[in-house]
Design a protein around this ligand. Structure first.
Ligand code: PRP
Length: 180
């Protein structure tokens, strides 16, 4: 990809900053209602969820802790879509009401892995909060409990999502133009 292709001007806006703000407020309000009085642990999945999670937790009207997990995917010739933990959760999970916060669920392997991995640590409950749901790409069924937007099969960037590490900082979700 050229420098020119990495410019803001080369991205079509799919979901505007204004629409993101409204929707994140709505989802945050719903979580605040659903989790009132509970022992909440928010787990943000790095790197992609850093912006969504930062916006979401500042809306929550809840007593909660926030921790982070970093995972990476690798190709396994037999099973496809393997996920491994790069940096784990430091907070105690036993008895907590865990909410996993993801930027996107695509094929579903990452979220499926995380739910199984975190379940082993005996939380009281686990739910998922996903900014973008690319349902059409799903290969592994996973429960998405809170979702901001559903998208089609587009490769999207911005609001945490990257292309080769670039574009994460865009305050909107966009699609890179095919040619400039
Ligand atoms: C993205 C995203 C999810 C995962 C979803 O992470 O943040 O964690 O892919 O894909 P799946 O549903 O097909 O498993 P990525 O590996 O791109 O890393 P990043 O979060 O650092 O951008």
């Amino acid at each position: 990809m050229t420098d020119r292709q990495h410019s803001y001007n080369n991205v079509d806006v799919l979901i505007s900053t204004e629409d993101i703000c409204k929707k994140v407020l709505e989802v945050g309000a719903q979580i605040s209602t659903d989790y009132a009085g509970k022992n909440v642990l928010i787990i943000a999945v790095l790197n992609g969820s850093f912006i969504f999670c930062a916006d979401l937790v500042r809306i929550l009207n809840l007593k909660c802790k926030v921790d982070f997990i970093s995972v990476s995917s690798y190709i396994d010739t037999q099973t496809q879509g393997r996920v491994k933990v790069v940096s784990g959760i430091k907070e105690d999970i036993i008895g907590k009401d865990v909410i996993i916060v993801e930027d996107i669920v695509d094929r579903g392997f990452t979220l499926d892995f995380l739910i199984k991995e975190i379940s082993l640590k005996k939380p009281k409950s686990i739910k998922t909060c996903v900014f973008l749901d690319k349902k059409c790409a799903r290969e592994m069924e996973v429960a998405v409990d809170y979702n901001c937007f559903k998208i089609g099969n587009d490769f999207v960037v911005g609001y945490g999502l990257d292309c080769s590490g670039f574009f994460r900082h865009l305050p909107y979700v966009g699609k890179i133009k095919e040619s400039v």
